[in-house]
Design a protein around this ligand. Sequence first.
Ligand code: PLP
Length: 359
Amino acid sequence: MSSQRIPLPREELRTLTQYGQRPPGDAIRLNANEWPDPTPAARYLSEQELERLMLNRYPGPAIELRRILAEQYGVRPEQLSFGNGSNDAILSLFLTFGGHGRTTLLFRPTYELHGRLTVLAGGTVASEMVGLPYRLTKDRALAATERERPAIVVFCTPNNPTGTVIDDDVMLAVAERFPETLILVDEAYSDISGRTLLPVLADHPNLVISKTLSKVHAAAGLRLGILVMHPALAESIRAIQVGFNVSVVSYALAAKIARDEAAVRARVEQVRSERERVFRALARTEGIEVFPSEANFLLFRIGGDTAAAHGRFLDQGLLIRDMTPWKGCEGCLRVSIGTPEENDRFITALATVFAAAPA
Ligand SMILES: Cc1ncc(COP(=O)(O)O)c(C=O)c1O
């Protein structure tokens, strides 16, 4: 069978493996920065509303969701573009403005999917290794952009996996110095940090801000991502996009979830205080360096064998993330903030996982 000839993916895609695979089992999931409490769909759509939701028609322009989000973001409805999760929305952006012969600049360690999406779109990744602790200065960001002359620069703030916020100055300096470069600011966790570039979007036509309902909106399973940008950029994406990438059911649920701002505020409060508790426990653990975070996860460096430590957490019923495969995160693990009970479990497990090896 080995000699069988079958079609192969493009050369640059052949080493990729499936993203986001979850090991089987019922471990507590603190590996994907999801919201830990269940969000039943029935909380947001009544039986009568479902009766009125017609599946025989293709989705329309999501007028209701557009209106709600445009108001919250302080933009016009036509400045929004939706995707089946923000990953999908960002892929559309990269297909439009990146791709063959074009480069995307990343400041690593950062969300590896930005690199993967660049390659999927046919583009090339360039990176500036900021390292840990993750402090990106204006000079460094400008010099790297000058060196690489990328079509796209990505800033992730708060940055996954470090949880660090990037100064507005740094991102805006790059946007201003390179007006023909598209600047993507991934704000997946910005509700938690309370910092956003939305108020200055109108002054920077090359700025695109991505948002998602997957984090403190507690709806990762819904798959609804949003890009906010200058209307001309949104028009360019619409021109290339394969239509109907989000279902009528997702649009209807998303409109209800987006409107529930009180729930988001309460979750942000909870995550901030729980993160503090987990941070202190990690900081007390010998041999661990934990990095301060403004998101719903914490990165910590153990220096040693992260795969083995990851396995010991799994033995304690806890699934966290081994970050060694991410460039610039060697020797690190990342834990998402869970429910208070789940965080207790994690804190208790620390002593066992990092117990000194018997002499
Ligand atoms: C920085 C960042 N952007 C985007 C996403 C993906 O979000 P979505 O579920 O909207 O595709 C994640 C998810 O972990 C993320 O960490």
